[in-house]
Design a binder for this molecule. Structure first.
Ligand code: NAP
Ligand code: G4F
Length: 320
């Protein structure tokens, strides 16, 4: 009998790649989607026929209980969140409700319906914030710098707490930034690669960005979802840092992305204070040696391969 996996956030970047991965592993895949007035399945339309899509919302515990009762999954991947850091300052309470308390709602729903369900929580390198050590690993203390980061720290610790309190098989993946051609347009990598494609095609003449000196450890989303799955295949639940181990600045991102289209970023990038944050995370770089050792995980695509892939996809999309 095929294993059943349930994914919250299936319409998002990671949800789409994870669904593909689980289908390839022979799973029956159920996706939870919140109601919206328009259909929002662009990222999963190519596999829609192979998925079961159910209605549910992290704000509404009964909806989660009903979904679990109806489909009785073996594994739950909680990827849903208000995931855009900048928006968490303008919507801090909504961010807390979804990104923090939403995790408790799902954990309680699991406890009520079937405590044998294995659970994955999408934790984040944003929890390290003003970093207390370089590189960051599973033992690095958290110092979040945004309402989003604070909410993710709550989600992380409630996952650990339910594991220790109730013996749930609950694991937390502390994932560093991961990107792809399916990344939302507001995140800096996609904003840059889409901007490059628009400038190359004469649709824009400049690209307005915020802090060019921030450093991130950027990997490829399709590589990272393999680690999520691997965590739930272990006998023992645990927490893992998933990262490339390399860090690059937003400025380098611009340099590489514009160069991939034969352009010089200095001629087009304009620094605009509107995109600066009230508090910044200046430097992230992760140490994934525990995941290499215990999950056998490694990434296949590096920063340069990732940026070139994203520029090529955005150029192609505009040509279409
Ligand atoms: P994303 O593209 O923004 O997707 C977020 C998903 O959450 C969407 O499917 C969204 O649905 C759904 N969602 C939002 N609020 C919801 C609610 N109240 N109820 C149910 N669903 C809701 O994010 P992502 O990049 O795939 O990231 C996946 C997860 O990993 C998130 O939890 C994120 O915080 C975390 N994370 C991401 C990264 C990264 O670099 N990508 C790194 C570390 C951690 P709609 O389509 O309806 O908006
Ligand atoms: O692409 P970003 O918006 O990603 P951020 O804030 O690092 O968050 C992402 O990664 C987290 C993992 O660490 C996830 F948990 C989270 O859900 C999300 O996926 O910004 C990256 C950096 C920041 O330092 C920001 O200040 O780029 C800088 N930046 C400079 N100009 C900009 C811009 N960011 C955005 N979004 N837009 C700009 O114009």
């Amino acid at each position: 009998m095929a294993k059943r996996a349930l994914i919250t956030g299936i319409t998002g970047q990671d949800g789409s790649y994870l669904a593909e991965h689980l289908l390839a592993e022979g799973y029956e895949v159920i996706g939870v989607m919140r109601r919206s007035s328009t259909v929002n399945i662009e990222r999963i339309s190519h596999i829609q026929d192979r998925l079961t899509l159910l209605s549910g919302d992290l704000m509404d515990e009964v909806s989660l209980i009903n979904v679990l009762r109806d489909c009785r999954p073996h594994e739950v991947y909680n990827l849903a969140a208000q995931s855009f850091v900048q928006a968490s300052w303008s919507q801090p309470v909504l961010t807390g409700e979804t990104t923090a308390l939403g995790v408790t709602r799902m954990l309680d729903a699991i406890r009520i319906i079937d405590p044998e369900i294995r659970f994955y929580q999408a934790s984040s390198s944003e929890m390290f914030g003003r970093v207390q050590a370089v590189p960051q690993d599973e033992n690095t203390p958290f110092y979040p710098r945004s309402p989003y980061g604070v909410a993710k720290v709550y989600g992380h610790w409630i996952t650990v707490n339910y594991r220790e309190s109730y013996g749930l098989h609950a694991s937390s993946g502390i994932l560093f930034n991961h990107e792809s051609p399916r990344r939302g347009l507001e995140f800096v990598t996609r904003k840059v690669t889409n901007g490059v494609a628009r400038i190359k095609n004469g649709l824009d003449t400049e690209l307005r960005l915020g802090n060019l000196e921030a450093h991130r450890d950027w990997g490829y989303a399709a590589d990272y979802v393999r680690a999520m799955w691997a965590m739930l295949q272990r006998d023992t639940p645990d927490d893992f840092v998933i990262a490339t181990g390399e860090t690059h600045s937003v400025r380098e991102l611009c340099e590489v992305a514009f160069a991939a289209a034969g352009l010089n970023y200095e001629e087009f990038v304009v620094v605009d204070p509107v995109f600066f944050r009230p508090a910044e995370v200046d430097l992230l770089v992760g140490d994934s040696s525990k995941a290499h050792r215990l999950l056998g995980w490694k990434c296949d695509v590096d920063f340069y391969g990732l940026v070139e892939m994203m520029v090529a996809a955005d150029l192609q999309a505009l040509q279409r």
